[in-house]
Write a protein that binds this ligand. Structure first.
Ligand code: HEC
Ligand code: HEC
Ligand code: HEC
Ligand code: HEC
Ligand code: HEC
Ligand code: HEC
Ligand code: HEC
Ligand code: HEC
Length: 480
């Protein structure tokens, strides 16, 4: 886009920009420690997702003598911030109603003083009143909030201060809400292919089920995982945890929160999506996966079978899954994926590794991992399957620990407890096969897969104080 067009657009959207920036900006730099609470920017994003996921019903209120939201009519509703000048926000809602036939515009005030400010602003085309239940509905730091409400009274889309604002996206949503009220609605338009990264919110208006399905996969929390360990600003890490890194997509959280995490367009290449001439083919998807799921950064290389976990397996049933179930769905996918990979080969025992990897073995032998079974013996619990789970190698899995007599080199937390079953690895013939047949941890990212492996045993019950990085220093054994 050339400079003059940028200026022209800036003029057209100036009122919108004002409205979005007048409210509190997220605080500047926070300490590098994990935040106890989400920053407003993240909270806004989380609420935007929650709204699309749940389509919550807006509590009714009296808008100047008439009940709002009125059934049968979509509406733009502004939830006002207590005591703040509401004029911009009101004009904004009125503008949406003016541009889209059949739309109503309302304001919901938390208290009488704010209601008076709104009434005094005398903005045409928008009515409202005090909404007693609104405090429980929209968190105070997220105001003034702008909500698009469907003809059924359910909130379908939300905008909060500081969140990414794209007027086209709002227009698409509003058109969708109007389209739905038609008795025989025409199918939605197919947007033109574009080179621009838009983010998942821009897809949700027309593909809510796919959006919800994506929301329930680990991809939707990929940058958050980095944030928890304070690595979300490390350029060595960001690339595979967002959409469009160094390709015109995500650059930093403050400008591009809406492109954080592994979003739709990480897989659906923008210029190929909706393209009539060069659409994505089924062979194009694994190429996208491979760009991030490299050996050393991923448990698996078989993308076609991994699709079953992430490529909209749940889209058909997604409509009924509530946002509150999200984390458990994500955890479930991770757990299943890990177990499936652990079952994908055969355990062969620590002795099978020593011949070729003498040095790691010598280091391992100095750690308590090599004494984990002895610990059970001392406690008189060596026959307890529930203790063996974390104190032996691969119990219950093919070739895994059975008993000290039968499988002596599968006692303890052996090589394969961390590196996965070695059956295919010891039978490998080519360097490529050696590299892809075992969980290996790239020196650039020992974290990507290791965290989950360590925490499968060092969990909250057995090791509440587990701190990954110092622990890793104790057990790692890289000699090249
Ligand atoms: C080449 C792409 C790539 C880069 C670069 C990368 N990651 Fe990852 N990361 C992945 C993939 C892929 C996964 C998912 C692992 C899997 O599929 O088994 C992942 C998963 C993770 C997880 C989640 C683990 C869990 O328990 O669920 C963490 C944490 C993580 N990475 C941290 C990092 C850190 C820290 C860096 C920078 C040092 C980094 N990543 C750089 C690709 C990458
Ligand atoms: C990890 C990669 C990945 C991500 C992220 C992803 N998709 Fe997909 N999506 C796929 C694959 C692969 C297919 C093709 C599935 C098939 O052919 O069965 C697909 C198919 C689709 C389709 C075609 C309809 C269908 O069911 O065949 C739509 C629409 C779609 N995705 C929308 C989205 C939206 C919207 C998002 C983000 C909210 C998203 N996808 C995120 C991989 C992804
Ligand atoms: C205005 C509505 C609308 C929006 C917004 C929209 N789509 Fe679509 N999309 C459609 C329609 C309509 C189809 C065709 C569906 C069909 O043929 O069944 C489609 C098809 C698709 C397909 C399958 C065919 C293809 O071209 O690959 C994918 C994948 C897809 N969309 C992804 C996305 C993603 C990703 C976004 C967000 C960046 C998005 N869509 C935004 C309406 C939309
Ligand atoms: C932009 C990089 C990127 C792309 C492209 C990508 N992934 Fe991922 N994928 C990740 C990251 C990062 C995670 C880990 C997220 C987390 O745990 O927070 C992940 C997690 C997963 C998981 C969850 C299980 C696990 O071990 O974490 C599956 C399954 C998966 N990806 C499959 C795929 C498939 C199949 C494709 C291609 C259609 C694909 N991914 C494309 C980066 C990517
Ligand atoms: C016959 C010899 C041989 C045996 C036995 C063997 N490996 Fe390997 N291993 C290799 C070779 C060769 C490579 C590839 C080294 C390379 O290309 O960097 C490799 C690579 C690895 C790597 C990846 C190193 C990296 O670069 O990150 C790990 C981890 C590993 N082996 C673990 C094991 C474990 C665990 C066992 C026992 C189950 C085992 N190996 C048994 C020969 C062997
Ligand atoms: C199969 C379960 C299991 C896995 C996987 C596992 N651990 Fe352990 N770890 C244990 C057990 C059990 C002990 C205590 C052994 C004992 O004292 O009997 C232990 C002890 C330790 C200790 C104390 C070691 C010492 O010598 O002081 C550290 C540090 C540690 N683990 C780090 C890690 C890290 C880092 C990972 C991931 C790379 C990991 N563990 C993976 C089960 C596991
Ligand atoms: C989910 C994994 C897990 C299970 C199940 C488990 N442990 Fe452990 N255990 C660990 C880890 C991890 C450590 C190391 C903790 C640490 O270093 O603080 C450990 C350490 C120990 C220790 C050494 C404590 C110390 O401070 O020296 C004993 C004893 C022990 N476990 C006994 C048992 C017994 C008995 C059972 C069965 C009732 C059992 N464990 C089940 C993971 C597990
Ligand atoms: C507690 C988990 C754990 C256990 C048990 C474990 N490893 Fe490792 N191993 C790691 C980690 C983590 C790394 C990556 C270290 C790094 O990147 O700095 C690694 C790296 C390696 C490498 C590549 C490093 C190099 O120098 O090439 C080899 C080979 C390897 N391990 C073999 C083994 C063998 C053989 C055993 C059993 C005797 C074993 N490992 C037991 C966690 C483990």
């Amino acid at each position: 886009m050339n400079r003059s067009r940028i200026f022209a657009l800036a003029l057209v959207f100036a009122p919108l920009v004002l409205w979005t920036t007048q409210a509190e900006d997220p605080p500047p730099d926070e300490p590098k420690k994990p935040p106890a609470e989400l920053r407003p920017l993240d909270q806004a994003w989380e609420w935007q997702m929650k709204v699309i996921c749940d389509w919550p019903e807006l509590p009714a209120f009296d808008a100047g003598g008439a009940k709002a939201p009125a059934k049968g009519k979509p509406a733009a509703v502004v939830v006002l911030a207590a005591g703040k000048d509401p004029a911009d926000a009101l004009r904004h809602a009125a503008g949406i109603a003016r541009r889209h036939d059949g739309f109503a515009a309302h304001w919901a005030a938390p208290d009488a003083d704010t209601a008076k400010l709104a009434a005094d602003a005398k903005v045409e085309g928008v009515t409202g009143g005090v909404a007693p239940d609104i405090d429980r509905f929209v968190p105070v730091p997220l105001r003034p909030a702008l909500l698009l409400v469907g003809a059924d009274g359910h909130v379908r889309f939300a905008h909060f201060p500081g969140a990414h604002w794209d007027p086209e996206l709002w227009a698409v949503e509003a058109r969708e809400l109007v389209r739905e009220t038609k008795t025989d609605p025409p199918p939605p338009d197919v947007p033109a292919a574009t080179t621009k990264y838009q983010g998942a919110l821009a897809c949700a208006a027309c593909h809510r089920d796919h959006f919800k399905d994506w929301l329930m996969t680990p991809h939707s929390t990929a940058l958050h995982e980095l944030r928890i360990i304070s690595r979300d600003e490390d350029p060595k890490c960001i690339g595979c945890h967002v959409a469009g890194w160094e390709k015109g997509g995500f650059s930093d959280r403050a400008t591009h929160r809406h492109l954080a995490d592994v979003q739709c367009e990480a897989c659906h290449v923008p210029e190929k999506t909706h393209s009539a001439t060069a659409p994505m083919g089924s062979k194009d998807y694994p190429v996208q996966c491979a760009g991030c799921h490299k050996a050393g950064f991923s448990f698996f290389q078989d993308f076609n079978s991994a699709m079953g976990y992430i490529a909209h397996a749940q889209a058909k049933g997604a409509g009924i899954i509530p946002f509150s179930a999200r984390q458990s769905y994500i955890d479930k996918i991770k757990r299943e994926m890990y177990l499936e990979t652990c079952a994908s080969s055969e355990y062969v025992g620590t002795d099978s590794c020593t011949t070729c990897h003498e040095k790691p073995h010598a280091q391992w032998a100095t750690t308590r991992h090599a004494k984990a079974f002895e610990t059970l013996v001392k406690a008189g619990k060596e026959a307890e399957p529930k203790c063996q789970k974390c104190h032996t190698t691969g119990p219950g899995l093919k070739g895994g620990f059975e008993s000290a007599a039968k499988t002596p080199d599968r006692r303890d937390v052996g090589c394969e407890s961390c590196h996965g079953p070695g059956g295919r690895h010891v039978a490998a013939k080519t360097p490529e096969e050696y590299r892809t047949s075992i969980f290996r941890f790239d020196e650039n990212c020992p974290t990507c897969v290791v965290q989950r492996i360590c925490r499968s045993c060092h969990d909250a019950d057995n090791d509440p104080d587990f701190d990954l990085f110092p622990a890793l220093q104790r057990v790692r054994h890289r000699d090249k």
